[in-house]
Design a binder for this molecule. Structure first.
Ligand code: T4K
Length: 405
């Protein structure tokens, strides 16, 4: 039943709108019979890791899908990023956004590099040539752009800027599988790109990741670094690591790839509900994607204006009580997390700070259908309409809760 008054919100004693929790993230499980057949083959072969046939098949399939010369499977997206940085033989400062998942920046630290935070563009939420230019120093060696929400991170502007200053450009493409730029799939931008196949991504190996590049030498270095074994040496490299993907991960990712179009289509249908409904919302922007470019529609990202009747965090509190597990992605910014928060001279990142206060994700994945999306929108619309009365009640409720323990 559609809620029509604020007293019906679960926060204020009403019944939660959904009996089951609706998480953000994709969590796409393959059909059981396909999973069973794939794993029966693995058991029969008795070959579980070290670049088995499924990893080889996945690398071929990803390279073909993304139109790149090389795809190199890695154990997860964070290790893939660290390996990507090592392939470029960098030393010094790498310019990176703070408005990203912590793994983006931690990977640089593990690769022995110094992250330098640049602000992001308020519309795209990504680095731009303008924000990066302001942070270039004599110690800069590279830029790590993030295709946040699947939006290509200023590939033309950043490449030109990097070429002008002799910097390497590489990308965190964790969100961008199946997204396009200038009519081509993301995957061949910069010198190397890193994808995540985490369980919450549209291509899921449960855990997993992948590097893609058109550069043969960079690919050889990546293949060498990902395996600490002397026998797997294809290029002259320094430090190596165990970054191998298992056959179990590859099996899951291959099944995910098989069903990619179906998952993307479902995402698109839900996204279209959000798009249609958000068009009339005052003070809330749905982060949208141009229809002319391929997209995976795996995230529904809202930006709540400071002028809205309730804050982002109040809206999240309200939705959580309804079992809608909206999330603050990303908050706080990575520059405010240890060990980066302890650095002297913290950078001024006003756009990042504002996005960390105002951006949230709402569920979009297999546990949401168009009807659920409409009901989530109903809740948001009621919250907007009643916002002025909700905020003081929420504050009072949290005050009472704090007092009563
Ligand atoms: N760069 C960027 C830009 C990234 O976003 C990420 C990862 C990386 C790099 C690093 O890639 P990986 O090293 O992870 O491959 C999640 C994911 O763990 C992370 O992969 C992802 N980005 C990030 C955006 O989201 P959490 O800690 O917020 O996820 P978690 O575990 O709380 O899950 C989200 C929701 O999904 C929860 O409500 C629970 C539900 N869930 C989760 C899992 C894992 C399930 O229902 N089933 C599950 O199996 O980080």
């Amino acid at each position: 039943m559609k809620k029509t008054h604020l007293t019906q919100f679960a926060c204020f004693g009403g019944t939660p709108s959904f009996a089951e929790e609706l998480p953000v993230g994709q969590i796409n499980l393959p059909p059981w019979d396909e999973f069973e057949a794939m794993f029966a083959d693995i058991f029969q072969r008795g070959y579980y890791t070290n670049h088995g046939p499924l990893v080889a098949e996945l690398e071929t399939a990803v390279a073909r899908t993304l139109g790149v010369r090389h795809a190199i499977c890695i154990t997860n997206g964070t290790v893939a990023l660290a390996i990507a940085a090592l392939t470029l033989r960098l030393a010094g400062e790498v310019i990176v956004p703070a408005f990203t998942f912590p793994g983006t920046v931690q990977a640089l630290s593990w690769a022995g590099l110094k992250p330098v935070f640049a602000d992001v563009d308020p519309t795209t939420h990504t680095l731009s040539a303008t924000t990066v230019a302001a942070r270039i120093s004599p110690h800069s060696c590279a830029v790590l752009g993030v295709h946040l929400w699947g939006h290509p991170c200023d590939p033309v502007g950043l490449q030109a800027l990097c070429d002008d200053h002799g910097l390497q450009l590489f990308y965190d493409a964790a969100h961008a599988f199946g997204c396009g730029h200038a009519g081509r799939p993301i995957g061949g931008l910069g010198r190397i790109e890193a994808f995540s196949f985490h369980a919450t991504k549209i291509i899921s190996g449960a855990e997993g990741g992948c590097l893609t590049t058109d550069d043969d030498e960079v690919a050889s270095r990546a293949r060498t670094i990902r395996n600490f074994h002397q026998a797997e040496t294809f290029a002259n490299v320094g430090l190596r690591i165990n970054g191998k993907m298992s056959e179990a991960q590859a099996a899951m990712a291959l099944l995910s790839l098989r069903h990619f179009d179906r998952h993307r289509g479902r995402n698109r249908r839900i996204f279209d509900v959000y798009r249609q409904r958000a068009a009339t919302w005052p003070d809330i922007r749905l982060y949208d994607f141009p229809d002319g470019e391929a997209h995976n529609y795996q995230y529904a990202v809202l930006e709540i204006s400071p002028a809205a009747a309730l804050t982002r965090d109040e809206l999240i509190t309200l939705l959580h009580a309804e079992n809608v597990l909206a999330r603050r992605y990303f908050s706080p910014g990575v520059h405010r997390l240890s060990p980066y928060a302890e650095q002297p001279d913290p950078p001024a990142l006003p756009v990042t700070e504002a996005l960390c206060r105002n951006v949230m994700q709402i569920p979009l994945g297999p546990r949401v259908d168009a009807e659920a999306a409409h009901r989530i929108c109903d809740l948001i619309e009621l919250a907007l309409a009643e916002g002025g009365s909700i905020a003081p009640r929420l504050r009072q409720a949290s005050h009472t809760e704090a007092r009563t323990g």
